[in-house]
Design a binder for this molecule. Structure first.
Ligand SMILES: Nc1ncnc2c1ncn2[C@@H]1O[C@H](COP(=O)(O)OP(=O)(O)OP(=O)(O)O)[C@@H](O)[C@H]1O
Length: 253
């Protein structure tokens, strides 16, 4: 698999397909066979500090010091740029402030992470990843817990990153958002089943197929949108079973 430099690739597929596993392997966070090249160098031959400068990571359900302030969490993104035991440089402070402002988390900078809601927390962790100013940004479900306006803001952040030639790879369950990417990598059962342009009809076919044709991709106002197919809705249960179940639990009309 090749991920094009300076472009955005979205990774999609059903639950358990292996998307997070693939991303962790790309980040060097999991043992693996085969080889991984990062910007032309073998990933594991790079010094850890150099790798941490080139590759930023936003994981799924990450725990990150609930007692730390939002400012300190975002500043952690600058660690690979700081000398041992040295304090943050003016550049580190500017990068951290810019990242917190980009994700609209600047106002909470003095609050502790543990006091934030799920979506607010996610925006702080995104700021930490942005503060790294890495050439490659890997994100696992970055839109988890984000409301629609902040999902749109995230899209704006990605567009800015692409303008600076950053390579973005994101695992997304929001298929319509994933279709905004340049390329789509589709996975099923631990394998890549398709890689292609997001506007490519072959990609749309592969996408519909990997989700058992229960979604369909439509063009709406210059975007591609994936919607559930109304004619493919399957009843999750029947009422007779429910009535029987409730009666056996002692619940009656
Ligand atoms: N720590 C683990 N130990 C053993 N198996 C695991 C572990 N983590 C994940 N798996 C298994 O590996 C497979 C791929 O998991 P992975 O988390 O990569 O899927 P995913 O595509 O990201 O799924 P989702 O969309 O549900 O987040 C799944 O079958 C999962 O049960």
């Amino acid at each position: 698999m090749r991920l094009p430099r300076g472009r955005w690739t979205s990774v999609v597929g059903p639950n358990g397909a292996g998307k997070s596993t693939l991303l962790k392997v790309l980040a060097g966070l999991m043992p693996h066979t085969g080889s991984i090249q990062l910007l032309g160098h073998d990933l594991h031959s790079l010094a850890h500090r150099a790798r941490a400068r080139q590759l930023a990571w936003l994981g799924q359900n990450e725990s990150s010091g609930d007692d730390l302030t939002v400012w300190d969490v975002a500043l952690l993104g600058r660690l690979p740029h700081q000398a041992w035991l040295a304090g943050p440089s003016p550049q580190d402070l500017v990068a951290t402030e810019t990242a917190l402002k980009a994700t609209h988390a600047w106002e909470w900078r003095r609050r502790s992470l543990g006091q934030l809601s799920g979506g607010e927390r996610q925006r702080v962790l995104l700021a930490r990843a942005l503060a790294v100013q890495a050439q490659v940004l890997l994100m696992d479900e970055p839109l988890a817990n984000l409301d629609p306006p902040h999902q749109a803001d995230w899209l704006g952040v990605v567009r800015c990153l692409l303008e600076t030639n950053t390579t973005v790879v994101s695992v997304l369950h929001e298929i319509s958002m994933a279709l905004h990417a340049d390329e789509m990598l589709i996975m099923a059962d631990g394998r890549i089943t398709h890689q292609g342009g997001c506007a490519d009809p072959a990609t749309h076919q592969a996408l519909e197929s990997v989700f058992d044709h229960r979604i369909r991709v439509y063009p709406i106002e210059d975007q591609w949108v994936a919607l559930p197919r109304a004619d493919a809705l399957q009843p999750a249960f029947n009422h007779a079973d429910i009535a029987g179940g409730l009666a056996s639990c002692g619940v009656e009309d």
